[in-house]
Design a protein around this ligand. Structure first.
Ligand code: TYD
Length: 136
């Protein structure tokens, strides 16, 4: 459910030359990282996502700038604002998600538990609702 998706505080190694945040599989995130991708140059007013994953875990980080993430488990919704590079939103499988309100220059870094698999996506909200009903 959306309540399983928490914002995790990541580490921050700070010195006078700046900061480093380290993310390691199974250490500070609860899945092995198989893929990394990032969204950038998102035009103002655009939204991304608009799908659900059946099996995929993700950690979403605002590596630069800020954006909002809507999560929807078919019953409850929540919106999380990400705006710090040392916080990451854990997104569990089975949720509809939308990303919007990107600031200019925002970088949305996504770490995932599986390689890309088009069959893991549900891209129609109606299909998502039906899939959730069958699963219950
Ligand atoms: P899409 O899932 O629609 O992006 P978003 O959810 O961020 O709005 O992906 C856009 C395109 O990129 C689509 O053609 C699939 C492709 N893609 C890959 O080939 N591999 C990947 O790992 C990802 C995330 C997307």
């Amino acid at each position: 459910t959306v309540y399983d998706c928490n914002v995790l505080e990541l580490n921050k190694i700070h010195n006078q030359a700046g900061n480093i945040t380290v993310i390691e599989s199974n250490l500070n995130i609860p899945f092995p990282i198989k893929r990394v991708y990032y969204l950038y140059d998102v035009p103002g007013g655009e939204s991304r996502g608009g799908h659900a994953h059946k099996n995929l875990y993700q950690l979403i980080v605002a590596a630069s700038g800020s954006f909002d993430v809507l999560l929807d488990d078919g019953r409850n919704k929540k919106i999380v604002k990400l705006n710090r590079p040392n916080y990451g939103l854990l997104v569990v499988p089975g949720l509809w998600r939308e990303l919007f309100e990107f600031s200019s220059g925002a970088i949305c870094l996504v770490l995932t538990s599986e390689k890309y698999d088009a069959n893991d996506y549900i891209r129609e909200y109606k299909q998502f609702s039906e899939w959730k009903k069958i699963k219950k």
